[in-house]
Design a binder for this molecule. Structure first.
Ligand code: ATP
Length: 217
């Protein structure tokens, strides 16, 4: 279970999140919408353990983030999280299959045991023929699909996606959203999709709106 209890975050004395709370059970997939600048990415970064709240509590499967040092948070991210960022963080010196296999390598999975699921995910995002290509050869939308494949390859308990279809045409956008929903449901994972697209949000089970009043469903 993901527990977010009254978390707050300020930047330079300006309050961005005020006592935001949310509880999600395994298998729940929600979309978060809201005006630009309201704090959606800030909230995802806190849930990912990439940033710390100024107040409140976050816990995943009973483990309180506040009790974890940076190393332990890195391990939690490595083992339990799949994150599709707005900037894709694709590594230029690895080919596409290797980029997708990376979360498995970090868990100590090697060789075909990592490459086969990576290839499978590349096929699922429509890049099955491109495993040997290099990131510099890709379009923005192709990079985005590689990032999504990489976020799902290690079957994470918690999938966070920040505007994952921003660079995609409607057909590829729909394909990626269907893949996200399918993987989350199949694995009984928790999914959070941040998007400005109401059409994309509708592919989740529930849509929550973030505003100054908090998250409203
Ligand atoms: N590291 C930071 N330092 C200072 N201000 C920040 C930082 N990160 C975010 N902010 C501010 O917090 C506010 C919320 O930003 P955030 O990116 O979370 O919004 P968002 O809802 O995701 O917006 P968008 O829909 O435009 O992506 C913005 O005003 C932003 O300038």
């Amino acid at each position: 279970m993901l527990e977010i209890e009254a978390i707050s975050r300020q930047f330079n004395g300006r309050s961005v999140l005020r006592e935001v709370s949310l509880r999600l059970q395994p298998g729940e997939y929600v979309a978060i919408v809201g005006e630009s600048g309201v704090g959606k990415s800030t909230l995802l970064n806190l849930i990912a353990g990439l940033d710390r709240p100024d107040g409140g509590r976050l816990a995943l499967d009973g483990v309180d983030y506040g009790s974890l040092d940076e190393d332990a948070l890195t391990h939690l991210r490595r083992d339990k999280l799949g994150f599709v960022f707005q900037a894709f963080h694709i590594l230029p010196h690895l080919n596409l299959r290797q980029n997708v296999a990376l979360p498995l390598w970090l868990q100590g999975v090697e060789g075909a045991a990592a490459e086969a699921p990576a290839q499978h995910l590349l096929e699922a995002v429509g890049l099955g023929e491109r495993g040997d290509s290099w990131p510099r050869e890709l379009s923005g939308g192709e990079m985005q699909r590689v990032a999504i494949a990489r976020a799902l390859v290690h079957r994470p308990r918690l999938v966070l996606a920040d505007e994952p279809t921003g660079n995609l045409d409607p057909a590829n956008g729909a394909r990626v959203l269907a893949l996200l929903a399918e993987r989350i449901r199949e694995a009984g994972a928790i999914g959070i999709l941040v998007t400005h697209s109401l059409e994309a949000a509708a592919t989740a089970d529930r849509v929550l709106r973030l505003s100054a009043e908090g998250l409203v469903g």
